[in-house]
Design a protein around this ligand. Structure first.
Ligand code: NAD
Length: 355
């Protein structure tokens, strides 16, 4: 078992096969067993039900599956179910699922009775290395993604890499992109571990999965520890996200999984950085080479450059000076880089030819 302490009240445990013996694991760690397990209709039959059984908890609450359900109505339905079940302030709840379930349950627990404890058992790679780590929770509004939220870290994140065995390969690929991102930010040895074509991931040994998740979580934990509320260092984790979000929005969230759009975003950021002399050509080729190994990703063709630029101008993280890009350097990243429309046009043109 690997234990990573993010803060005194926010710990990550990576322990293969642990979902089947959750009750004993929590008892051993001195963490209260949850009274309510929340999952979705896909993950429930695969992992949620057995997790609840291993805890001796009631059958899990199953939310509908999909980003479209990361909305207020589902949060309100959790409040109703928890009140009905008699959950009070001393009780704990648990999320079993990907980033959508994790974000929703985290937010609901942040505000239910002014805050109750929660645990997360992420079942996608993206949720294991990103969504469940660091305490950002929230839901979408019709006007945009993640517009309401709270910082409310789960007491414990329980990662069972065995649950990845049922994850569709497209989701795995998208999660691996976020691992590439953290590797560039803080662990270039991890980047070398990722330098293999996607087809080979099916045959890597289970212990290698644990190693990969632990290393990625350690980078994110290190960043979050310095800057829990994303006012400085944590912005590094937005590498690839500025253009990634614009591409997702320009395609009405239909073409790309988030990680796929971020893969294009990192490639664009790498080219911008190279053009500005921040990143050597060989290092750019190394970063883009690892990402290409995880592809192919849905193409960026047919996305109008002006449309992408318009979406960039609406970036949620803009300030009075515009959008602050994170750009990769030879040994990490630089934050808050102001990039002109012409620079973006040039790299988008390159990516289109390339894609
Ligand atoms: P997701 O939760 O929608 O899961 C992807 C799909 O995989 C879903 O259909 C889900 O039901 C299915 N699934 C999950 N685990 C499975 C398993 N083990 N086997 C088979 N199917 C499984 O998407 P995601 O990529 O995990 O998360 C994306 C969400 O996370 C977004 O809403 C994003 O905003 C959020 N996010 C939050 C943070 C944060 O810091 N809070 C960070 C990154 C992303």
């Amino acid at each position: 078992m690997h234990r990573i302490q993010v803060t005194p009240a926010h710990e990550i445990v990576v322990d293969r096969g642990c979902l089947a013996r959750l009750g004993g694991l929590l008892d051993g760690l001195g963490v209260d067993r949850p009274r309510s397990v929340v999952t979705n209709t896909t993950v429930g039959p695969l992992h949620g039900v057995r997790a609840a059984e291993a805890l001796g908890a009631p059958a899990p609450i199953e939310l509908p599956d999909g980003e479209a359900y990361k909305r207020w109505g589902e949060v309100a339905s959790l409040f109703a179910r928890w009140l009905e079940g008699g959950l009070h302030r001393q009780h704990t709840v648990m999320a079993v699922g990907g980033g959508v379930v994790t974000d929703l349950v985290g937010f609901a627990s942040a505000v239910y009775l002014r805050g109750i404890r929660w645990l997360a058992a992420p079942t996608t790679l993206l949720a294991m290395v990103d969504a469940a780590v660091g305490g950002k929770t929230g839901f979408n509004l019709p006007q945009g993604k993640n517009l309401v939220g709270a910082f409310w870290p789960p007491r414990l994140v329980i990662v069972d890499s065995e649950s990845l065995a049922t994850l569709p390969v497209r989701e795995l690929r998208a999660g691996l992109v976020e691992v590439v991102k953290v590797a560039w930010v803080g662990d270039h040895v991890l980047l070398d571990l990722l330098a293999r074509p996607i087809a080979e991931y099916g045959s890597i040994p289970p212990s290698a999965w644990d190693d990969l998740v632990v290393r990625a979580v350690q980078v994110k934990a290190g960043v979050v520890r310095k800057d829990l509320r994303e006012s400085g260092a944590r912005k590094a984790l937005n590498l690839g996200h500025t253009l990634g979000h614009a591409l997702e929005a320009a395609t009405e969230y239909q073409r790309f999984l988030h990680g796929e759009a971020v893969a294009w975003g990192i490639q664009a950021a790498a080219r911008l950085a190279r053009n500005r002399g921040l990143l050597d050509q060989e290092e750019m080729a190394r970063l883009c080479g690892v990402l290409n190994g995880l592809g192919p990703f849905p193409s960026v063709d047919l996305i109008g450059v002006d449309d992408a630029l318009d979406r960039l101008a609406l970036d949620k993280k803009r300030d009075d000076l515009g959008v602050g890009w994170v750009l990769p350097t030879n040994d990490g990243v630089v934050l808050d880089q102001r990039v002109s429309a012409d620079e973006v046009r040039q790299v988008l043109g390159e990516l289109k030819r390339f894609g």
